[in-house]
Design a protein around this ligand. Sequence first.
Ligand SMILES: [Ca+2]
Length: 352
Amino acid sequence: MRRKFKHKEHKVHQVILCALCALCVSISLAYADNVENVRYSVSEDDKIIVEYDLNGAGEFSVSLAVSTDNGATFVIQPRAVSGDVGEKVAAGRGKRIVWDVYRDMKRLAGDVAVQVTATKPKQGEKSAGPLPGMNFVLIPGGSFMMGSNDGYENEKPVHRVEIKSFYMMTTEVTQAQWRTVMGDNPSCFKGDDLPVEYVSWSDCQEFIKKLNQRDPGKGYRLPSEAEWEYACRAGTTTKYYTGDSESDLARAGWYYGNSDSKTHPVGQKQPNAWGLYDMHGNVWEWCEDWYHDTYNGAPGDGRAWTSPAGTYRVLRGGSWIDGGRYCRGAFRGRFGPDSHDGLNGFRVVCSS
Ligand SMILES: [Ca+2]
């Protein structure tokens, strides 16, 4: 049987090649720009290697289907597959699926064609947190280019970061939520639905410790700086997730130009594609990382940069008092971990 397959190998090559040309058309129609540049080879041990590029941000469900009638029908669903197939395949170039044909079937005959399908799983999946109004949304894993060449020196070098999926609060932590956990309200502007502010990085760690005691097993924490920027961008490369202009910012957040010099109830402006509110403006948001002057040596895997450097922790997103340049997704704020200010709040993330 193996010999017969080998004998037909040249034909299989040709047919796959022809069929793939046609498939690229149907794939691009069916899945927008997500799957591109599908190519194949047959390894020396008779495995079919399918390679492709997966565009976009986040993770996809990827499946492989096989036709033996030149792409008319795809009735074979290979099971002996490995590599970039199945759930949670991160977007990127040079993805690779290995199909061990002879583990699935004794022979493969006919005019063979393969089809790669990518779909977005669980987009916008929300889960309720342990406090009223505390909702989390799944941030799909993926990779992105962190930083900006059009901003400040500390936003360079622009570098690729891989992010694992996590859950992020859809809003900043409110004063009602803070009071429930901590029993006080340090904010300068008072209102249950307003973001809590005048909280230091260390205060936030105390809140998080108590939140984890109330709801154990979830692993609540501050986002890393990389996770924060990735979540804010939600696949965009513009200054704000709504675009590049100040009017775009005004739709997304409360800043100097529209805040009337105060904070506003969370969740009123246009959210980003992943359902996050107020990532631009309202209050700055503490991140876990120590502040470093450049990204040289920054982690590439999305973890917080925890090696001490200087005396500042990172804040992101700008606030009600800041101009547009400070509210950009790439801008990096800094403040002492024990310092308080009516501009500074936070939101929490968790792994499940
Ligand atoms: Ca904010």
